[in-house]
Design a protein around this ligand. Structure first.
Ligand code: NAD
Length: 293
């Protein structure tokens, strides 16, 4: 079994991005800029946005966090989106989800200019991804593809089972694995909460990608000998032996499954760091595309 060390690979990619930013600056140009819009006091959202700010500063990007109270109106948020759309200094921006219930998430996401939509959630970018055209791919599936690519894992003709069909992970993941590309060219089975005989289907997978959000759901009986297992899930479970009182686990029962796999991602330290790095890569792409115009 080989561990797919997302943390180490993310570090390598960040160094590459740092070198590119240094080159950009030595050419007398401004660095790429990412803006995050954060509404309310949701704890995990604040953590994610804080991490994005830190990531930007580590690679030399400019970044800014625009914070709004829970009570902000949708109209005011729309004005901010419009301002960011028109700001030539901003290459990409994200609106951290979830938004308060009085707002329509989809309407806000659709107002973001597709060439600045580095989260890849705008329908234009989703459509481009489906058609194999250049756009932005959501960070988690983009990070997983990068992880497979950099480890030269052969995916061609393999049976890939994806558990989950969310618009940010499962759905794009299945599309990308079925694309005529390397990584890609898989025979993809997309499974979800209504799938019958999920265990039997997973047990046939050469590549199993678990993104359902249920701690340690994938057990030994669901994994074929020699399978590549990608664990997207992140859940907190109680652990009184830790100072924090909890630990992070994935959707895969790592201890039970690891020895059967050819490759497996750990949690934490697998898909998470690759996701964060993919957002930086998308922002750098946005920057270059804006410079070309
Ligand atoms: P989601 O809740 O939007 O979607 C979950 C999907 O799993 C749904 O499509 C549902 O049909 C399916 N599902 C639920 N229970 C199932 C079951 N018993 N059998 C089969 N399918 C089932 O979640 P999401 O946003 O796609 O995230 C999934 C997990 O990945 C969560 O733990 C989340 O925290 C994690 N996540 C991690 C990263 C990362 O960077 N590592 C990024 C995004 C999400």
């Amino acid at each position: 079994m080989q561990l797919l060390d997302g943390k180490a690979l993310a570090g390598t990619i960040r160094n590459e991005i740092c070198a590119e930013v240094a080159q950009i600056i030595s050419n007398g140009q401004r660095p790429p800029k990412l803006v995050a819009v954060l509404v309310g006091n949701d704890g995990p959202s604040q953590t994610y946005v804080g991490a994005k700010e830190k990531d930007c500063s580590e690679v030399g990007f400019d970044s800014e966090v625009l914070r709004f109270s829970e009570e902000v109106s949708e109209a005011e948020l729309m004005d901010t989106v419009e301002r960011l759309n028109g700001d030539p200094q901003v290459d990409g921006f994200i609106v951290q989800l979830p938004l308060p219930s009085h707002m329509n998430d989809q309407r806000i996401l659709e107002a973001i200019r597709p060439d600045k939509d580095v989260d890849g959630f705008h329908p234009e970018n989703v459509g481009k991804m489906a058609l194999g055209l250049e756009g932005f791919v959501p960070a988690t599936p983009a990070g997983i593809v990068e992880l497979l690519k950099r480890h030269a894992i052969d995916t061609e003709g393999k049976l890939c089972v994806v558990i989950g069909r969310s618009s940010i992970v499962g759905m794009p993941m299945a599309l990308l694995m079925g694309k005529n590309a390397q990584p890609g060219n898989c025979t993809v089975v997309q499974t979800h909460s209504r799938t019958k005989d999920l265990k039997g289907i997973c047990a046939q997978a050469d590549i199993l990608i678990a993104a359902l959000g249920r701690p340690c759901f994938v057990g030994e009986e669901m994994v074929k000998d020699g399978a590549v297992v990608i664990d997207v899930g992140i859940s907190r479970i109680e652990d009184t032996s830790r100072k924090s009182g909890f630990r992070l686990v994935g959707d895969v029962d790592f201890e039970a499954v690891a020895n059967k796999c050819s490759y497996i991602t750990p949690v934490p330290g697998g898909v998470g760091p690759m996701t964060r790095t993919a957002l930086l890569q998308n922002t750098l792409q946005a920057y270059y595309r804006h410079q070309e115009k």
